[in-house]
Structures are given as structure tokens and as C-alpha cells.
Ligand binder design. Structure first.
Ligand code: GLY
Length: 368
């Protein structure tokens, strides 16, 4: 199958996303003299493959730094470890950092690259579905703090993104589903036709049928590219990509980032809540809200917060601290319909509370 290319046009920060099967070898074309690979203990074999390719292309130095997998790795402590490791190995301005792994590795390595020597180039080699369709594209990098997720970071675009679909073969099913939730998001934001296609092709996508998974990743990357090109630093339209995330981030924080609720699962529940809230506000039909819930349920994603040990009040205080809140006003992505999302600062807190309470009780307000 041919490699697909999606271009992100950001003037001098433009880059290509290459999508294909067994395409790690493309890294040889962009191998620097000195490379620093950051990865996690789940996907180290892919990092070693990338290392061999870079050394095979003639690099003088190419070493790997491996962190434990999981959201907790996105810490100040690990950022410092990455910086120290680079400095001990005499990183210079022409060195390149390679992030080989999922969203956590990409965010941490990207931020380390953005902040070392006032910024060295970095390449995203995402190996999880979630990072292939979302976090590796668009330049968001950062770490978590005790105050919340991604609160310290930078917009820092990679030099290239290499998406080798073969790496999904070793991805646990739960992680695959979590990435699928972000794929569905693009249909829900502004592409009803894509959501229709996903309803009919989710089995093929999730069983990694090459043509179906490639199509799903390509459509997702094109959708993300269009939004990032229009609003790189999230002053407006890019916030649409946060559909389900205001609720989702609060759920993740309440669950304690201990692996009991992973990002894409929280996004699935949060997206159902966003549709339920929109339906309760009379913006979208109960039928559309039910259709979204049924689709997530049909593939095996969670659709309510029944397992989260928190009250709606606690979740609301976490949401107020989210960096998407403006002057303490929460920003929600709401929908008029599937494929018609918009940004709203006009949400009544009692309605949010109601949706949260129902979801925490294990039900949803949009059931018909
Ligand atoms: N994941 C949302 C964004 O990149 O803006």
C-alpha cells in the first residue's frame, strides 16, 4: 500500500505527516548526525528499530532514553531527566530529538526538545492510535503538574511525523479503542459523512484492516491539519478539538491518572456528556445524542462515569481549573447535531451538574 502524505501548512513551520505500513525506513531520509530518542518501556523495541535506521544512515550518535509508560511520566522530574541526559551527551543546536511512543512520550519529548538549547528540532514517531490521530500532530507539547494536566508546555511543531500503522499490531485493545474515540471526534465535530462511515466500518478499523485504518488515520490527520492551520495557538477554532475534553480531563483527574481511566476512555464519556448537555439545552436532538452513545458502546468504549469516585461538585471545581477555562468561565464544546460542533461560554452550571450527576450514577440523560 502506498504511503499517504498529509501536509500541515504553517509557513516556516510546515511539515509532512507520512502514513503507511512498515515505513520506519523513511526516517533514514531525515536522520541527523546526532539523535536523541525518547521512548517508554512498552515500545522500546520500536525505538531500537528507529535507532538502527538512524545509525545505519550514518549518524555519529544515537542513544535512547526510556521512561516508564503511563501518564505519570509527564512530570517535571522526567523533564529534568531528559534535559540532563541530553546535556550530559553534549546535545547541540543541530541535534534532533525523536519521540517514539504514544501521547505521553510525544508531549514530554516535544517539550524537552522545545526547551533545551532554546529549542532543537524533533520528530514525532507515534506508535499508539491516539497519538497517530491527535497528539503527534499540531505541536502541543507539555507536562502535567499537581495543578492539572498539560498546564506547563509549549506550542512547538515537529519537523516531521512518521505514522507506521504496523506499530498498532502490538497495541493493547484498550489503547486502540481509546485512540478510536479521538477518530470518532473528527466526525462529530464537522464531518457527518465520516461518522456515518465509521458506524459502518468500525469493525474493519479496529481489526486493523489496512485500507480502513489508513483511511481513518488519514481523514483524522487531514481534519486536524485544517484546524491547526486555521488556528495554531488555539485562539478560536482549535478549541473544537476539545470536544468531550472539558468533561474528560476532569474525569481523568478524579480517577487519579492511575491507569483506571485512560485519556481516550475519558474523552468517550466526556463526548457523551457533551451531547447529553447539548440535548438537555435543546440544541441537538436526543436521537443524535443516543446515536453517539450507541456507537461508543457498540465498540466497547465506556459511556458513563459510574466507576468514578467523585461528586459532580468536585468535578466542576476541577473543570474550573482546566486551562480551557477563561477567567474561571468554563468553555464547552457543544453540538447542534452530529458534525456540527461549536464553542460555547454560555452554559448553565446547574445543567452541567445534572449531566454529571446522571453520568456518575451510571446513566445518561439522553437515553431514548
Ligand atoms: N488535542 C487537541 C489539540 O491538539 O488541539
Amino acid at each position: 500500500m502506498l504511503t499517504r502524505n498529509v501536509k500541515i501548512n504553517l509557513k516556516e513551520r510546515s511539515y509532512d505527516i507520512s502514513i503507511g505500513v512498515d515505513i520506519f525506513h523513511l526516517i533514514a531520509d531525515i536522520a541527523p548526525k546526532k539523535a536523541f530518542i525518547i521512548t517508554d518501556d512498552n515500545v522500546e523495541p520500536y525505538a531500537k528499530t528507529v535507532q538502527n535506521i538512524i545509525l545505519g544512515a550514518g549518524a555519529e550518535f544515537c542513544e535512547i532514553l526510556t521512561f516508564p509508560h503511563g501518564e505519570k511520566a509527564k512530570s517535571y522530574n522526567n523533564l529534568q531527566k531528559a534535559h540532563d541526559w541530553m546535556l550530559e551527551n553534549n546535545i547541540h543546536r543541530n541535534s534532533v530529538v525523536f519521540a517514539v511512543g504514544g501521547g505521553v512520550v510525544g508531549d514530554l519529548a516535544g517539550f524537552a526538545a522545545a526547551t533545551i538549547m532554546r529549542g532543537v528540532e524533533f520528530v514525532q514517531v507515534p506508535t499508539s492510535l491516539l497519538s497517530q490521530v491527535d497528539s503527534s500532530v499540531g505541536g502541543k507539547t507539555g507536562i502535567n503538574t499537581k495543578h492539572g494536566k498539560n498546564l506547563v508546555g509549549a506550542f512547538y511543531q515537529p519537523k516531521a511525523v512518521i505514522i507506521d500503522i504496523s506499530s498498532l499490531k502490538t497495541l493493547p485493545k484498550r489503547e486502540l479503542l481509546a485512540g478510536y474515540a479521538e477518530i470518532v471526534k473528527y466526525g462529530l465535530i464537522d464531518n457527518l459523512e465520516f461518522f456515518d462511515w465509521l458506524e459502518n466500518n468500525s469493525d474493519a478499523v479496529l481489526s486493523l484492516d489496512e485500507s480502513a485504518i489508513t483511511h481513518a488515520i488519514e481523514v483524522s490527520c487531514k481534519a486536524k491539519a485544517a484546524i491547526v492551520e486555521a488556528d495554531e495557538r488555539e485562539q478560536g477554532r482549535r478549541a473544537l478539538l476539545n470536544l468531550g475534553h472539558t468533561f474528560g480531563h476532569a474525569l481523568e483527574a478524579a480517577a487519579g491518572y492511575d491507569g483506571s481511566l485512560i485519556h481516550g476512555e475519558a474523552v468517550a464519556i466526556g463526548t457523551v456528556m457533551a451531547f447529553d448537555l447539548s440535548a438537555a439545552m435543546g440544541l441537538c436532538s436526543l436521537k443524535d445524542a443516543a446515536r453517539v452513545r450507541v456507537h461508543f458502546e457498540s465498540v466497547g468504549l465506556p459511556v458513563h462515569a459510574g466507576n468514578i469516585n467523585a461528586t459532580s461538585g468536585e468535578l466542576i471545581s476541577i473543570m474550573r481549573r482546566d486551562k480551557k477555562a477563561l477567567d474561571n468561565n468554563m468553555v464547552f464544546i457543544l453540538v447542534n447535531a452530529i458534525g456540527d460542533a461549536f464553542i460555547s461560554k454560555e452554559v448553565k452550571i446547574n445543567m452541567v451538574c445534572d449531566v454529571l450527576s446522571k453520568s456518575l450514577a451510571g446513566c445518561d440523560s439522553g437515553r431514548i
